[in-house]
Write a protein that binds this ligand. Structure first.
Ligand code: FE2
Length: 389
């Protein structure tokens, strides 16, 4: 019997090469008159943010540029940007950049009208115990990497100083523009990290408790596109065809995990990212093989389908063997695209195992469609460290 569930598409997505040049017209449609354009210095150097500013100004829209985004969206930078937005009396937000930029833009849209107190009570907003007193500002997101899928997800992952963890603040965007040309020329290592972030969104969405036939469809297609095109984009950073396919995959994986969800893999990535500042995409790449091995116990058919999409075959077709073969294939993919191990990044096994309490306590960890024990988390961390050197 097919699983019942809610099929969702959060916001309209304008997809295609050159579409970021329509940002001005779309912003006008959304009644934006004075925009806080959120970006970082790296994106500023590419000229992408400036091009968006130009098309906004051509439509008579005022722009306040803020390029102070830091990696992993710390809550204090959200508060600092919100203060500027309030002082300048902006009425809308546009984020142009990678995952940290888009998540920061999302959080700013909620915090400007509702105050910095939101950042102290993220759990209450995330769990629905508290609702925003004022509607967040209109928000448009324009990704410059193919990985986060943030333009299609309702939360902003914020690094909370108060709670000493990464946590999701609900801030759904109103419009997304996915222009693959903005990702052309992105450095190979950023391309690799971002692509594996999207892969992990897809593979975890398949086994999260809210998975549906719709989210599965998008997740499988994202995995097919990433498996084929990520090594090509990493080898040739100017390959437009590879960039188009990866941009699509990132968005599909974003829709899939916004509808379904992510689970223990992302809890692990959040903990390692918060404790040791390992980039999110690297953590996601490294957790994916052991998560696939673990998931094969409850969902052997789905993990087998991932393998078939990657051109693998299985004999014997036992859950354990399926998990092992697919997990190892993902490790080979990670090696091919240059994902460094945790050891190579200077972490000891003891440091990695020390993340267990933070992982197990994160509510996200328990959204796997099956049972997760403390021993499962320990096994995941040991495998993560030992089986990818
Ligand atoms: Fe992610």
């Amino acid at each position: 019997m097919l699983k019942s569930g809610v099929y969702t598409q959060l916001a309209p997505i304008l997809f295609g090469n050159g579409t970021s040049q329509q940002a001005g017209k779309k912003a006008k449609d959304l009644n934006m008159t004075k925009v806080l354009l959120v970006t970082d210095k790296g994106v500023l150097d590419t000229g992408h943010a400036e091009k968006v500013v130009n098309v906004l100004k051509a439509e008579g829209i005022d722009v306040v540029m803020w390029d102070g985004v830091e990696t992993d969206c710390p809550d204090y930078t959200v508060a600092a940007a919100a203060a500027i937005g309030r002082e300048k009396a902006v009425d809308s937000i546009i984020g142009v950049g990678g995952g940290s930029v888009l998540d920061t833009a999302k959080a700013i849209a909620a915090v400007i009208p509702n105050g910095d107190g939101v950042l102290q009570e993220i759990v209450l907003y995330l769990t629905g115990q508290k609702r925003y007193a004022v509607q967040p500002l209109p928000l448009m997101l324009i990704p410059t990497t193919a990985g986060t899928g943030s333009e299609s997800t309702f939360v902003s992952v914020v690094s909370s100083e108060t709670m000493q963890c990464k946590i999701g603040l609900p801030c759904p965007p109103n419009y997304g523009i996915v222009d693959p040309e903005l990702t052309v020329g992105s450095p190979a290592f950023i391309t690799a990290f971002a692509g594996m972030d999207a892969f992990s969104h897809a593979s975890e969405a398949l086994t999260e408790v809210k998975n549906t036939p719709h989210s599965d469809l998008l997740a499988y297609e994202a995995i097919r596109l990433i498996s084929k095109w990520l090594p090509i984009a990493v080898k040739d950073i100017n390959n437009l065809e590879a960039r188009e396919n990866l941009a699509l995959a990132s968005n599909f994986a974003g829709i899939a995990f916004n509808e379904s969800g992510v689970h223990m893999g992302h809890s692990t990535a959040h903990a390692l990212g918060h404790m040791y500042h390992i980039p999110h995409g690297i953590c996601c790449a490294l957790v994916t093989p052991p998560i696939i091995e673990f998931s094969a116990k409850a969902y052997p058919e789905k993990m087998k389908k991932i393998g078939e999409i990657m051109g693998l075959s299985f004999s014997p077709e036992t859950p354990e063997n399926i998990g092992k073969i697919v997990g190892n294939a993902v490790r080979v993919l990670c090696k091919e695209i240059g994902i460094p191990s945790l050891k190579e990044q200077g972490l000891t096994k003891e440091q990695v195992l020390a993340a267990k309490p933070m992982i197990y306590q994160e509510p996200l960890c328990m959204t796997f469609d099956g049972t997760i024990t403390e021993q499962d988390v320990i096994t995941l961390l040991e495998t993560l460290y030992d089986d990818y050197q």
